[in-house]
Design a binder for this molecule. Structure first.
Ligand code: NAP
Ligand code: GLV
Length: 314
């Protein structure tokens, strides 16, 4: 946590702060939370039913992230524990990183930099590290919430045609304003040069992109994932990239972070980042402060700003 957020908590709460980088397992978390009324969690913390049940006084889980797939929401709701997240404050930084990753993958920036640093650059060459154009291409956005829309705004600056596939159809005024066409997922996969994922991880979206979906994509297409690793079947993706079923991938998230499949690490046509979508000082500070405010507000007996299960507060 950034110090500004600890300070917010210390105004109202007795703070038990764990200032180490190793991830706590369920047993350690359960032991640590047994007397706590609130917890500030990170996306690496397994807030499972057994952890929640070991914390009889717990009233709020305030997550420092917008994704909450590490938290058993149903178990928290059943125990009338409020879960909050940090939506909005990280939207633009994550959309910036998504676009940076898309550009880096299309124009082979990581391979080019490695080539130069390895001392291999001898001369300008007509086909040296040639990549794929981004301008004028079609971008398919899967999940059209805050980050998906922010990516669409960036794409329009690059003169891209934008398609989106969603579960709930977006309002037509939004599609018109952003000049985005709403299509079924299969249509998006068949017609996009770039496919970027922006759905939350859930039972519905787990392995939403598997071998069948990859087979529908163009052989020249690039897949970008800054949402959550398990939305993509990573073994299928590795095989698809090895076989040239698609041209490349830019990944900020992985199925078993921080482990990355050996096959992916060996591939030249992927750009791999260690889950840094929202990682700017300003954004990470805002996320920490917002989570601290959600927690402190709840423990003062007031309504926190970002409940994910507001029915608990009714
Ligand atoms: P959001 O505003 O809630 O947008 C998610 C969108 O996905 C919603 O429009 C939702 O629409 C749609 N959706 C949900 N389930 C779907 C399904 N089964 N099929 C199609 N669409 C579906 O969330 P956000 O703020 O944009 O964040 C999106 C995700 O990005 C987060 O959950 C998080 O996992 C990830 N993220 C990653 C990083 C990073 O560091 N790499 C940073 C921030 C966020 P409906 O529910 O209305 O259908
Ligand atoms: C980061 O991955 C988030 O969900 O905020």
């Amino acid at each position: 946590m950034f110090p500004a957020a600890i300070a917010v908590l210390q105004e109202d709460c007795l703070v038990d702060y764990r200032d180490t980088l190793d991830v706590m397992d369920e047993a350690t978390l359960a032991r640590r939370l047994q007397h706590c009324e609130g917890v500030i969690s990170q996306l690496t913390d397994p807030i499972t039913a057994s952890v929640l049940n070991a914390a009889p006084k717990l009233r709020i889980v305030a997550q420092v992230a917008v994704g909450i797939d590490n938290i058993d929401l149903a178990a928290a709701t059943a125990r009338r524990i409020v879960v909050t997240n940090t939506p909005g404050v990280l939207t633009d930084s994550t959309a910036d990183l998504t676009f940076a990753l898309l550009l880096a993958t299309a124009r082979r920036l990581s391979a080019a930099e490695r080539y130069l640093r390895d001392g291999k650059w001898q001369r300008w060459d007509i086909d040296l590290l040639v990549g794929t154009d981004v301008h004028g291409q079609t971008l398919g956005i899967v999940g059209f919430g805050r980050i998906g829309q922010a990516v669409a705004r960036r794409a329009s600056g690059f003169g891209m045609r934008v398609l989106c596939a969603t579960r709930t159809p977006p309002p037509s005024h939004l599609l018109q304003e952003l000049r985005v066409q709403h299509v079924p997922l299969d249509t998006l996969l068949i017609n996009s040069d770039f496919v970027s994922l922006h759905v939350p991880l859930s039972a519905q979206t787990h392995h939403m992109i598997g071998i069948d979906q990859l087979a529908r994509m163009r052989r020249s297409a690039i897949l970008i994932n800054t949402a959550r690793g398990p939305i993509v079947d990573e073994a299928a993706l590795t095989a698809a990239l090895e076989e040239g079923m698609i041209a490349g991938a830019g990944l900020d998230v992985f199925e078993a972070e921080p482990k990355v499949q050996e096959g992916l690490l060996q591939l030249p046509n992927v750009v791999l980042l260690p889950h840094i979508g929202s990682a700017t000082v300003a954004t990470r500070t805002r996320m920490c402060v917002l989570a601290a405010e959600n927690c402190a507000t709840m423990l003062r007996g007031e309504r926190p700003a970002n409940p994910v299960n507001p029915q608990v507060l009714a």
